[in-house]
Design a protein around this ligand. Structure first.
Ligand SMILES: Nc1ncnc2c1ncn2[C@@H]1O[C@H](COP(=O)(O)OP(=O)(O)OP(=O)(O)O)[C@@H](O)[C@H]1O
Length: 446
């Protein structure tokens, strides 16, 4: 059942939902606030359903940090999980994977008119991969091929790292994969940062009924700063990613989770058809395959725009073949799309794998003048994704097995190694001395 939200405030574009400034909801924060006697808020980075995220200056260490301020409903689980993944015990097992997970520098709580809010201090990133694609100047927002391969390998490594440490991420989409800064933001003073990326733009919050604001509502809200980069302009050396948002992550050994919180297009089918078996690591493998497709191409593998759960199931069958028989029988809406012997009804336009590759990856890449996948690479990619998208979760490979597959070994991992080996070259290219930590760049910050 959908909830109807009364219109309490005059609308403001590109900000969090204003009606969530209420007891249990967001904490009212303004640029200029000083948090936890240490962090001066200088800009807004973004918002999610359960948090607002702020760029702040850590006055003790003179460096910029991102502070994720949770709603008062949210628990401390995300911070606990990230702290555990950052612990020396986890980190020493896998040096590679842990650089790809949001680090935790500090955590504290804020008490305010809407309750007590968990706050997580992490490193600021440029933008999410979804934002980078959306910002493209082309109608088709995509990454250069080597960049896409590198990012795909890094996400798989990050997933292998968290799986090795017993956690399922549970929400692997491009909005939760961030692009790291290729240089230290700390090189900029706050005024240089404003000059380079724009000043905060406070928008007044006005009640629709003309009444005054209650104590839990901020006087102003802030559209996020754009620190990001347009997808096709990201170079291989700049393609370092961070996997973020562990808000729905869980440990299958400790918690039986039956419901998936992933968006419909990347949601594993067992969450719909096998609701009595707890979700496990393989649910991330399904979503990882969908994320890799979208990183390489233009659009999601299973399109979710105005789609229902039934449309997505039908789309999955078109791409992957018949559902396991017991799931097929459970699917009440099957007769809308298929005859009883599983043939698509004429009204359905079926898209095979090859057609999808053309439609979603190769053709848009060609149109944007970007490299396409050669035949040998296409075959290796198909082989990997086909196995990751097995309907039955137990038939999918583990994240470590994915990293051993030919596409990863021969195409994606070599490009990710070039991303991580380029650090020194990168600093030279943007005109920074390799050991610089005080000088403002004044060069190409993009
Ligand atoms: N460290 C960061 N640096 C820069 N931007 C960030 C950072 N963390 C989050 N953001 C921005 O804020 C957005 C929301 O963050 P996040 O997904 O962690 O919040 P959430 O409340 O858990 O969201 P959701 O609605 O997905 O549960 C991200 O998509 C990104 O644009």
């Amino acid at each position: 059942m959908s909830t109807v939200h009364p219109i309490l405030y005059e609308p403001v574009d590109d900000v969090e939902r204003l009606d969530v400034y209420r007891p249990g909801g967001y904490h009212p924060i303004q640029v200029g606030d000083h948090l936890h006697n240490r962090y001066g808020v200088v800009h807004k980075l973004g918002h999610g359903s359960f948090s607002t995220i702020w760029l702040a200056k850590d006055e003790q260490l003179s460096k910029y940090v991102a502070i994720k301020v949770g709603t008062a409903y949210s628990d401390h689980k995300e911070a606990d999980i990230l702290a555990e993944l950052a612990s020396p015990a986890c980190r020493k097992q896998d040096q590679r994977g842990n650089k790809l997970i949001t680090p935790v520098f500090d955590r504290f709580t804020l008490d305010g008119p809407n309750g007590t809010h968990p706050c997580l201090v992490t490193s600021p990133a440029r933008c999410s991969l979804a934002d980078a694609k959306e910002a493209s100047t082309f109608p088709d927002g995509m990454f250069q091929l080597d960049v896409a391969r590198s990012m795909a390998a890094q996400v798989a490594m990050a997933v292998a790292f968290i799986h090795d440490n017993g956690y399922v991420h549970g929400d692997l989409h491009l909005g939760n994969i961030l692009l790291q800064f290729p240089w230290r933001l700390d090189l900029l003073s706050t005024s240089q940062l404003y000059e380079e990326f724009g000043h905060p733009d406070p928008q007044p919050v006005v009640r629709a009924d003309g009444e005054s604001l209650s104590a839990g509502v901020p006087s102003h809200v802030f559209p996020p700063v754009w620190l990001g980069k347009i997808s096709e302009h990201i170079t291989l050396a700049q393609a370092k990613i961070l996997l973020t948002d562990f808000g729905v992550a869980f440990r299958p050994a400790q918690e039986s989770r039956f419901k998936s919180y992933s968006p419909l297009p990347i949601r594993p089918p067992e969450a719909r058809f096998d609701v009595t078996t707890p979700l496990s690591f393989s649910s991330d493998i399904w979503s990882l395959a969908c994320a890799i497709w979208e990183i390489l191409g233009l659009r999601p593998l299973f399109d979710g725009w105005l789609c229902t759960e039934d449309d997505i199931t039908s789309d999955q069958i078109e791409a992957l073949g018949p559902l396991p028989p017991e799931w097929w029988k459970k699917w009440d809406a099957r007769s809308k799309y298929y005859t009883e012997d599983g043939q698509p009804k004429e009204s359905c336009e079926a898209w095979s794998w090859n057609q999808r590759l053309e439609r979603d990856i190769q053709d848009p890449r060609r149109r944007s003048g970007l490299d396409i996948l050669e035949e040998e690479e296409q075959d290796a990619l198909f082989e990997m994704l086909w196995r990751m998208l097995a309907f039955r979760p137990e038939d999918r490979p583990s994240a470590n097995e994915v990293l051993q597959m030919a596409w990863m070994r021969n195409w994606a991992i070599p490009d990710s190694e070039r991303t991580w080996n380029n650090e020194g070259d990168m600093k030279q290219r943007i005109g920074l001395p390799k050991s610089s930590n005080s000088q403002a760049p004044g060069q190409d910050l993009n």
